[in-house]
Ligand binder design. Structure first.
Ligand code: GLN
Length: 278
């Protein structure tokens, strides 16, 4: 067995030899010694306890094997919130902030003061909590099929002191008879045979792909949304870079107006939506 790294410098060297990004390695070492990165950079020769050295050796191996950094750190920043994440939830993506920013624009300009909002497939709670944090007047609900994901989302709401009503269930099923001013979702949308899926194998497969061409959950959301929207209410959906056209077509066919699309940070079509005029 290889010797454990004895100090910060040796740990960073071990990480480098495994092919880890220097920043990722620094974040893991800093978290393991409960310090920040600034401290770490000026403490190259700080001695690591055998427990910390052993923890880091294991984490470096997991990172090298593709485990997302967020799972090893147990947290991820999203839209200014620090969220707990576990392998039961998708890691929140910066691309999804496009959806949150658009939803906030709608809440600020085109929705009643105490708008009713629901996030379907909330995972860690990222979208619902970001909306509640930036627009506290809104009455925000969120649901997920996964009990384990909901436990993480509820924990995040508690830590952040944000009031969101969570429900367990399959898409529209927990929302019978309820109507909203804004419905948002980042559903599973990756195609079942997409070559990128293997790289995401550490994340919950059910949150990533519905199988087939990846469109079935997006279609179910578009189909069911009008029954749950107030007249003038909006539906915003995150989707794959190549799904803007079929999503727009489905929205149009279902009778949505004011169709629009927004691009993510990499300029890919990422969020589409429309307004239900009733
Ligand atoms: N945006 C994620 C990715 O491509 C997928 C999220 C999703 O399927 N909803 O990695």
């Amino acid at each position: 067995m290889k010797p454990l790294p004895g100090d910060v410098r040796a740990a960073l060297q071990l990480a480098q030899s495994l092919g880890l990004d220097r920043l990722d390695a620094q974040l893991l070492v800093a978290a393991a010694v409960q310090q920040n990165r600034a401290w770490l950079i000026s403490h190259d020769d700080a001695v690591l306890s055998p427990e910390v050295a052993s923890l880091l050796t294991g984490q470096f191996a997991q990172k090298a094997a593709g485990t997302p950094l967020a799972y090893l750190l147990g947290e991820k920043e999203f839209h200014g919130l620090l969220l707990k994440v576990t392998p039961d939830t998708l890691v929140p993506r910066a691309d999804t902030e496009t959806l949150v920013d658009w939803a906030l624009e709608i809440l600020q300009t085109q929705a009643p003061a105490q708008a009713r909002v629901v996030d379907l497939g909330t995972g860690s709670g990222a979208i619902a909590l970001a909306l509640k944090a930036s627009h506290p007047e809104a009455l925000v609900e969120a649901l997920d099929l996964s009990h384990a994901a909901l436990a993480v989302a509820q924990d995040n709401a508690r830590r952040l002191g944000l009031v969101v009503a969570f429900h367990q269930g399959d898409w529209w099923q927990p929302l019978a008879g309820q109507q909203f001013d804004l419905i948002v979702s980042n559903p599973p949308y990756i195609a079942g045979e997409d070559p990128h899926l293997p790289a995401l194998r550490h994340e919950p497969i059910g949150a990533l792909t519905p199988g087939g061409d990846g469109l079935s959950d997006l279609q179910a959301l578009i189909e069911g949304a009008p029954a749950h929207l107030q007249p003038g209410g909006w539906l915003l959906l995150e989707h794959g870079y190549d799904q803007a056209e079929p999503v727009a077509q489905a929205l149009r066919q279902r009778g949505f107006s004011d169709l629009a699309m927004r691009r993510d940070l990499g300029s890919q079509p990422r969020v589409s939506g429309g307004r239900w005029l009733g």
